[in-house]
Design a protein around this ligand. Structure first.
Ligand code: GLN
Length: 217
């Protein structure tokens, strides 16, 4: 079984906890807990870093003295960053505030913050997603994008591309390829969207299985 933590410093952590709780009894989850301290972090097998505001999450983590523990955790244990969490997890971010921002430096990609515009430019899109097919039918997943980042460069050949948008979304120049919004790399999962804001819990299930596989390896 796995004990899953959700970083609960700022942002959409309650929604992730709800999504994970719907999987109890379906997957071998022993516990779902909010993580705010070193001790809580040390007690979990896997961690979700939610969406919200990446600069705020980093600042609060620094003040709470857990930024370095988060860096170590992300390097070695199953960690999933969604939206702001993806920004934090990555090695490089562009379109940051002047002076940059603290990152966990773990996922070898470059993300572009707010690639799709402002809050009012939020959108949803249904896409068939081959990597979710092993979990259940091929029904399309509804993706929710809110001031989302995009993955604009992959900086290690081991990074697996999981989901790209159709061309045109978030792009100002014509391109054959759409923007990359979900990747997997070793123990890490990074997604631009908010899977916790829909009732479809297949992405949570995907991550729980990653965590279970890591535990049995
Ligand atoms: N724009 C936010 C950031 O840069 C992320 C938005 C979100 O998590 N929904 O941190």
């Amino acid at each position: 079984t796995v004990r899953i933590g959700v970083l609960a410093l700022q942002g959409a952590f309650i929604e992730h906890i709800h999504s994970l709780n719907t999987l109890r009894g379906v997957e071998h989850i022993s516990d779902v807990v909010e993580v705010r301290t070193k001790e809580e972090l040390a007690s979990v097998d896997a961690l979700i870093i939610p969406g919200g505001e990446s600069t705020s999450i980093a600042l609060i983590a620094e003040r709470c003295g857990i930024l370095d523990d988060l860096r170590e955790f992300a390097r070695t244990k199953p960690t999933w960053g969604t939206c702001a969490g993806l920004i934090l997890l990555s090695k490089q971010a562009i379109h940051t505030k002047k002076g940059g921002q603290q990152l966990l430096n773990a996922l070898p990609v470059t993300v572009s913050r707010n690639q799709f515009g402002r809050q009012v430019d939020s959108f949803t899109i249904k896409l068939t997603t081959p990597c979710l097919e092993s979990i259940s039918s091929e029904k399309a997943f509804e993706y929710v994008f809110i001031r989302a980042p995009a993955i604009v460069s992959v900086d290690d050949p081991e990074v697996e591309s999981l989901v790209s948008l159709p061309p045109g979304y978030g792009q100002t120049e014509a391109s054959e390829n759409g923007l990359l919004v979900a990747v997997k790399y070793r123990n890490m999962l990074g997604t631009s969207f908010h899977p916790e804001l829909t009732s479809d819990n297949r992405w949570h299930q995907y991550f729980v299985r990653m965590a279970l596989d890591a535990g049995s390896a």
